[in-house]
Design a protein around this ligand. Structure first.
Ligand code: FES
Length: 115
């Protein structure tokens, strides 16, 4: 159980659909946690936004398909699983649930995977 308020199934509005075009990366500051929100082929993903290699901001990285490549030193993060590697596997990034309501993008207040 997290020490933060709310349950992992609670969603919060974080952006408009129009703010997250395909291939873009948007940094979200969520109750002190940094999350990066992205859109690949019309599917939205929300993943921990600080690289577990040397803590670069992953919203400054670039996408290669479903892989987010860190701008720092090129660690590769899988948007679907949260797994990452830089020579060797890194501690996985947390994954957040994402849903669309009208023109709004909502993510879970807490990670649903790799908490
Ligand atoms: S900080 Fe991300 S690859 Fe080094």
């Amino acid at each position: 159980m997290s020490s933060k308020s709310g349950t992992s199934s609670e969603y919060v509005k974080v952006a408009k659909v129009s703010e997250v075009n395909e291939g873009s990366l948007k940094r979200i500051d969520l109750d002190g946690d940094v999350v990066v929100l992205t859109n690949v082929g019309g599917e939205y993903y929300a993943i921990g936004g600080i690289c577990h290699h040397e803590e670069w901001d992953l919203s400054e990285g670039m996408l290669e398909g479903h892989t987010l490549v860190c701008a720092g030193h090129g660690a590769e993060w899988d948007l679907k699983t949260g797994t990452g590697k830089y020579d060797e596997p890194l501690e996985p990034e947390p994954l957040y649930g994402v849903k669309i309501e009208g023109q709004d993008i909502l993510i879970t207040r807490h990670p649903v995977k790799n908490k």
